[in-house]
Design a binder for this molecule. Structure first.
Ligand code: F6R
Length: 606
């Protein structure tokens, strides 16, 4: 979603701001804009790509302080006027905003009644005029921002610059902001990615914080006016390579990073001798694990699918009820929370508003939530306090790939850990840990010989719809395959547990309808074969993802074998062809693979 970058220091601001905007592109956006101070404030904004904004900038667009923004439309259409920064009527204050101001309508109405001419349809613009009002009435910039935010309801990450003041004022409530600390220069950004190559030290603002940032000082305070000492934390230096390198797209790069990402996730956490796994950050003793009544996992999109795999592994290995919930539903269904239960919030970005809201709901009712998160120091990770990082490294393609695999790996380790604390034998634990440790190598093996993906692309690219089927642990993999193809190739897809297909979706099938079936070598395979026969009898074309060497291949029109592993860990292999099918189909249809229309990488609005 929207992205913010700010710079103040002894160098030219524009190159930092444009580079920062480029690094924020992955979040998803439809317009961008930039403001620099050089005597007065100069602003440029433009719908479309950052490159279009850059090409429109005057040759001399200089200043040593500036703010910039990528916008993902929520209030008002995609227009130059709605792009940020927004300016006060005299042009002496400029502001960028992430989040949603819920009482924007009434604030805008009041401003209009007072004679302010609004130039955009956005909620954000109201803020800059309110700040201006306060300044006109004699308030200093920080007081003006603070008073304005006290009148606003909703979420914000904002940066504001004032003509004649060498500083940026920023504030956070529900939309992350990180201050990167340099020598004689400082940066502000909505996530750490644009800061990776610039600094090793950051201050992460908390909700309700404000900060005055100059080139050599950072002063933080709270909305109530109290000054605070903010903790300086190191940027995670294991974060890995965030550049495209030789790959044409981040999605392909991230698919191929899976073996290494999985190794990062598993390293140091598997105890093969004892047949156990240890996720120390969870802070869960064996004693506690023995007593818990149930496990609940929360997530959205791909993270939800990983949670659905995880819940099956946990239930199977620990013989404890485990459920996965859609975060946005969970939160609003007045859930009963058992304080002894274990809750997991599963999220790549750690910023997803729906999951964050579900976490708060559980905490409000006295429950504990642990994060299964990729981005270190993200809002959900901090809100949970405890948890386990999945260590995928930066994921920049909007379509999530390597985070799915690592979430599944992390939850599988938890399944082993809780299983061993309960009734899982050491012998079985040894078999499982040995086989889990081999998964990265098997993923590598598959990716070097991925099978006839091009044939699948031909079969699906012009299809009216594609049906995905799987049973048991493969049902969430089928859902993940459908989500991937839908979100980046815009093909309507339906995913169903294979046995449920005959209760409705079978009506869709006609001669040549593509059906992608996930059938690893598990106890449900024969049942899946029956579903394949039912599809074939209606003329469907069967694309079958199965274990190498399995005779089930005979059931396929297009067979895609994946290396053999314990059925419980098969999702980390069977998902790979799904990712490649989506990627190659999107390419064949000339879609913007890394930045699919209407989508955002981290969805920070509910
Ligand atoms: C799909 C995708 C989204 C995310 C979802 C949750 O490829 O990327 O469905 O999985 O928005 O995001 P996180 O994991 O950041 O909470």
């Amino acid at each position: 979603m929207c992205g913010i970058i700010g710079y103040i220091g002894d160098k030219k601001a524009t190159p930092f701001l444009i580079d920062g905007l480029r690094r924020l592109e992955y979040r998803g956006y439809d317009s961008s804009g930039i403001a620099v101070i050089n005597g007065g404030i100069s602003v440029h904004k433009k719908t479309g790509k950052v490159s279009e904004l850059e090409s429109k900038l005057p040759k001399k667009f200089e200043g040593r302080c500036g703010i910039a923004h990528t916008r993902w439309a929520t209030h008002g259409g995609v227009t130059d006027a709605n792009a940020h920064p927004h300016c006060s009527s005299d042009g002496k204050i400029a502001l960028v905003h992430n989040g949603i101001i819920e009482n924007a309508r009434s604030l805008r109405n009041r401003l209009e009644k007072e004679g302010v001419k609004l130039r955009s349809d956005t909620d954000s613009e109201a803020l800059v005029h309110l700040i201006h009002r306060e300044v006109e009435n004699g308030a200093k910039p920080l007081t003006a921002v603070r008073r304005t935010l006290k009148r606003a309801r909703g979420t914000w990450g904002i940066c504001v610059v004032f003509e004649g003041h060498d500083m940026i004022i920023c504030a956070r409530n529900g939309s992350p902001l990180v201050i990167g600390i340099g020598e004689g220069e400082n940066w502000i950004a909505s996530d750490t990615l644009p800061l990776q190559s610039l600094t090793q030290q950051v201050i992460r603002l908390d909700d309700g914080d404000l900060a005055i940032v100059t080139s050599d000082s950072i002063q933080t305070s709270r909305l109530d006016g109290r000054f605070t000492d903010s903790e300086v934390t190191p940027l995670d230096d294991d974060w890995g390579e965030a550049e495209l390198g030789d790959y044409p797209h981040f999605m392909l790069k991230e698919i191929h990073e899976q073996p290494e990402a999985l190794r990062q996730c598993l390293t140091g956490r598997l105890d093969i001798k004892d047949g156990n796994a240890r996720l120390g950050g969870l802070g869960l003793s064996s004693k506690k694990l023995q007593k818990i009544p149930h496990v609940r996992l929360l997530g959205c999109g791909t993270a939800l699918h990983a949670a659905q795999v995880g819940r099956l592994v946990i239930e199977e290995l620990a013989r404890v009820p485990a459920l996965a919930h859609v975060s946005s539903e969970f939160r609003h269904n007045n859930p009963v929370i058992e304080t002894d239960a274990i809750h997991f919030a599963v999220s790549q970005s750690g910023e997803t508003a729906d999951t964050l809201a579900a976490v708060k709901e559980i905490q409000l009712k006295g429950g504990e939530v642990r994060g299964v998160i990729n981005v270190v120091g993200s809002t959900i990770a901090r809100q949970c306090g405890k948890g386990c990082y999945i260590h995928s490294g930066p994921e920049q393609s909007v379509a999530s790939t390597k985070a799915f695999s690592n979430m599944v790996a992390a939850l599988s380790m938890f399944g082993i850990q809780i299983g061993r604390a309960r009734s899982l034998s050491r012998e079985k634990g040894k078999r499982l840990t040995t086989s889990l440790q081999k998964v990265p190598q098997l993923v590598d093996q598959y990716l070097s010989n991925p099978g006839p993906i091009d044939k699948v692309v031909k079969a699906v690219k012009n299809a009216k719809s594609v049906l995905f089927l799987g049973r048991g642990i493969s049902a969430p993999v089928a859902r993940e395959g459908a989500l991937k193809l839908m979100e980046i190739a815009y093909i309507p897809c339906l995913a169903y547990p294979a046995g449920e297909m005959k209760h409705g979706p079978i009506a869709l099938l006609e001669e040549g309808s593509p059906v992608i079936v996930v059938a690893p070598n598990d106890s449900l395979k024969d049942k899946t074969v029956s579903s394949i026969h039912e599809c074939r009898a209606r003329g469907a074309k069967i694309i079958l993802i199965h274990e190498e060497g399995d005779s089930i291949a005979e059931e396929a029109d297009i067979s895609i074998p994946v290396p053999s592993t314990d059925p419980m860990f098969s999702p980390m292999l069977t998902v790979l062809p799904m990712q490649l099918i989506a990627y190659q189909t999107a390419l064949a249809l000339d879609c913007d693979v890394d930045r699919p229309r209407n989508l955002a990488k981290s969805v920070t609005v509910e």
